[in-house]
Design a protein around this ligand. Structure first.
Ligand SMILES: [Zn+2]
Length: 81
């Protein structure tokens, strides 16, 4: 299992759980995390080009003629955050 906060790999579920909680506290204390919104990517602040790069990265298709609003809706539907 991989810690979603620091990316470290830990195989023992119990140690993983302890690590993850500590890691979360650490990162919060260091200001890396604001609330629980770190996974909430702000698509609105990106350009159409940046959004299309992400779509390409994710292997999505059929978005080439979309405008920004359509792209955002498309991505929210297709990409599980
Ligand atoms: Zn960690």
């Amino acid at each position: 299992m991989k810690c979603k906060h620091c990316g470290i790999k830990i195989d023992n579920p119990m140690i993983f759980h302890i690590h993850e909680n500590r890691c979360l506290e650490d990162q919060r204390a260091n200001g890396f995390i604001k609330d629980n919104k770190e996974n909430d990517i702000d698509y609105n602040s990106m350009t159409v080009e940046q959004l299309k790069v992400i779509c390409k990265d994710k292997g999505l298709e059929g978005y080439s003629n979309f405008n920004k609003d359509e792209l955002i809706a498309f991505m929210k539907e297709k990409i599980q955050l």
